[in-house]
Design a protein around this ligand. Sequence first.
Ligand code: FES
Length: 190
Amino acid sequence: MPFHIYAANQAPASQSVQAQVGKRTADAAEQKQRVLVTQARLTQNIAQIVPGALLTSEWPGRPVWILHRTERMIAQLRADDARLADPRSRQDQQPAYARNATRSLRPAFLVATGICTHLGCVPVYRPDVAPADLGGDWNGGFYCPCHGSRFDLAGRVFKNVPAPSNLDIPPHEYLADTRLRIDADRDHPA
Ligand code: FES
């Protein structure tokens, strides 16, 4: 029976094929990982978001809101505390640097994941005050039409609604005054 003596760095043909397949698989995995890394980071120019406006972006595959709050909106955040389920953001729904009165790095900007914490619908931005359909005590916020959950302009959930917790705040930072980066690795660098 013929046999081969392989040099230490020489593999038999079948092993070579396996090695090539393995390499292609590794390349594909590496490429996929690169795509995921790219998707895990979103840089957004926020210069064009005027006070009161909401920009919806995507990160990664989920809506992310960037709301430029007006002075009135910021002041209003304190007024609604007694009606909120978790006004101090004690539940782990945000990075440590967003566990504050405005749930943000900069009071003028809210960065939040636009997915209701009840069953995952996308709430509607309703900045209007006391509209007929939401009642006289509505001071602006986010309303989820699926089952009626309400969130204030910091993404904090009101009491007595189906949603169990505040909206998520994704990891983010400001690279410059008008450049925001949402980055999955922001809080867990490699
Ligand atoms: S999914 Fe928003 S209230 Fe149910």
